[in-house]
Design a protein around this ligand. Structure first.
Ligand code: LLP
Length: 451
């Protein structure tokens, strides 16, 4: 059996979300896998495993594709934001900001990370369905825009900032009532969602906001879900959000930003076939332009906030193969030195992944194995029944498309330290996240004296 098909599909140079592997992936003359000019097994040796690897070039190409597509297809102003929940670090923030992206954050932690990455407050947007006073105040002081999600946000802001001299910039998130086909847990646009104002509340809300001199409503936001392969839901969203935008204008609010959220899907396995960044932006731009034209509306500043499609396929995780258990006639398990604590997506969403051996990526598959994590949980399985060429203990396993929602959703289950992270580019691998040590995990434990 030829192993090639498992992780190779036609390379899309401009839309990395359509590839399984980072765009700089090569095989060197010894048949070993190289990304960003770095041989993966060598960096595994140098930094240890599990190791998150981020290909700088793939992230930059994705950013450039979003910006170029917006320039080509949208005649008004635009500002793409990076949804930093996908993978938040100072390095990642700095990288996307250097390409011209603003940042979407959902917590004080992500906000501080964006500020430390050098992003100015006016380019930061704070989301969240239950923002704390601390988060609201940090956003306010930093001059970030607060995306109000419910009345609680407004009440807290009223108390915290209404007596201060500087007004707060607000965007308003509403639930657009649009269904899309994705995992139940990552849908957000349907009416039964915890996020955003219900459409029925909007008239009263726009009216209420007129009386708040301390708040300036600068835009409207909606997000319908994540890992979406269809283009129609976003086309429909353009119509619904433009209608809401018009309503805000009717009440006299100086809205100028229209944010259609994130959601573009990526390839995890060969059979995934997401649209390209260019097609996604083209469809949205065309739909927004048309919806505005019909209503005689000047084109708003168009915003979107991709997370996954910017970083998923730029990332991969390296593991070392360890224990093997063969159950005759049933299954062979090979365990790795990580698992659900560094990648909780398989156990949470039954997500599929693709993998190969770092030093024998093209060898013929001769064994079907199941890659198990090392955690005390039977469901801690990273990949089920996949083909590998004579996998041996000590081999380095590469799992592709782990750049989004792996590191950011990682945990310390079983008190397992989080992996290190490196960024690779032009033959250099540099640390962007230090490896936790077991003793670090005791840092916040407190032992009451009486014990
Ligand atoms: N904007 C808002 C308001 C969001 O809630 C999200 C994702 C995004 C943008 C970015 O969406 P993306 O472009 O990444 O699809 N943990 C799940 C994904 C949760 C997505 C949450 N919101 C996973 O691992 O699949």
């Amino acid at each position: 059996m030829d192993n090639k098909g498992q992780y190779e599909c036609e390379l899309d140079q401009k839309s990395p979300n359509r590839n399984l592997a980072p765009i700089t992936t090569e095989i060197d003359q010894n048949g070993r896998l190289v990304v960003g000019g770095c041989q993966l097994s060598s960096i595994a040796k140098r930094y240890g495993t599990p190791l998150y690897v981020l290909d700088e070039e793939s992230v930059r190409v994705s950013c450039k594709s979003y910006l170029e597509a917006l320039r080509t297809h949208y005649k008004g102003e635009s500002l793409p934001l990076y949804a930093s929940k996908a993978n938040s670090s100072i390095a990642m923030t700095k990288l996307v900001a250097s390409e011209g992206f603003g940042i979407d954050v959902v917590s004080a932690g992500e906000l501080l990370t964006a500020l430390r990455g050098g992003v100015s407050g006016e380019r930061i947007f704070l989301h969240g369905n239950n923002k704390s006073d601390q988060e609201l105040l940090i956003a306010y002081e930093a001059d970030a825009t607060v995306v109000i999600d419910n009345h609680h946000d407004l009440e807290r802001l009223k108390e915290l900032v209404s007596k201060r001299t500087k007004p707060v910039r607000l965007m308003l998130r509403f639930t657009p009532g649009i269904e899309c086909h994705t995992h139940e847990y990552i849908k957000t646009g349907h009416l039964d969602s915890k996020f955003g104002f219900d459409p029925d509340q909007l008239d009263a809300l726009f009216k209420e906001l007129i009386d708040y001199p301390w708040a300036i409503l600068t835009g409207i936001h909606a997000h319908i879900g994540s890992q979406i392969f269809e283009l129609e839901p976003h086309q429909d969203l353009a119509e619904v959000i433009t209608e809401t935008f018009c309503l805000a204008k009717k009440y006299g609010h100086p809205v100028q930003d229209m944010n259609i959220g994130g959601g573009l899907g990526v390839r995890y396995v060969v059979s995934d076939d997401p649209p390209s960044i260019q097609d996604w932006i083209r469809v949205i731009s065309t739909a927004v332009t048309k919806a505005c034209k019909i209503r005689g509306l000047q084109l708003p500043r168009l915003m979107c906030e991709p997370g996954r499609s910017l970083v998923a396929t730029a990332g991969l995780t390296l593991y070392t193969l360890g224990a093997k258990k063969s159950i005759p006639g049933l299954r062979t398990y090979i365990s790795v030195d990580g698992g659900m604590s560094d990648n909780p997506r398989p156990i949470t969403y039954q997500s599929l992944y693709t993998c190969c051996l770092a030093d024998r990526p093209l060898d013929e598959t001769d064994e079907i194995v199941t890659i198990a994590g090392k955690h005390c949980e039977s469901g801690d399985i990273l990949l089920k029944d996949i083909g590998l060429p004579k996998p041996l203990s000590g081999d380095i396993l590469v799992v592709f498309s782990t750049g989004a929602y792996n590191n950011s959703m990682s945990s310390n289950y079983n008190r397992i330290p989080r992996p290190a992270g490196v960024i690779v580019n032009a033959g250099h691998a540099e640390l962007i996240q230090k490896r936790e040590r077991p003793e670090d995990l005791l840092m916040y434990d407190v032992l009451p004296e009486r014990l």
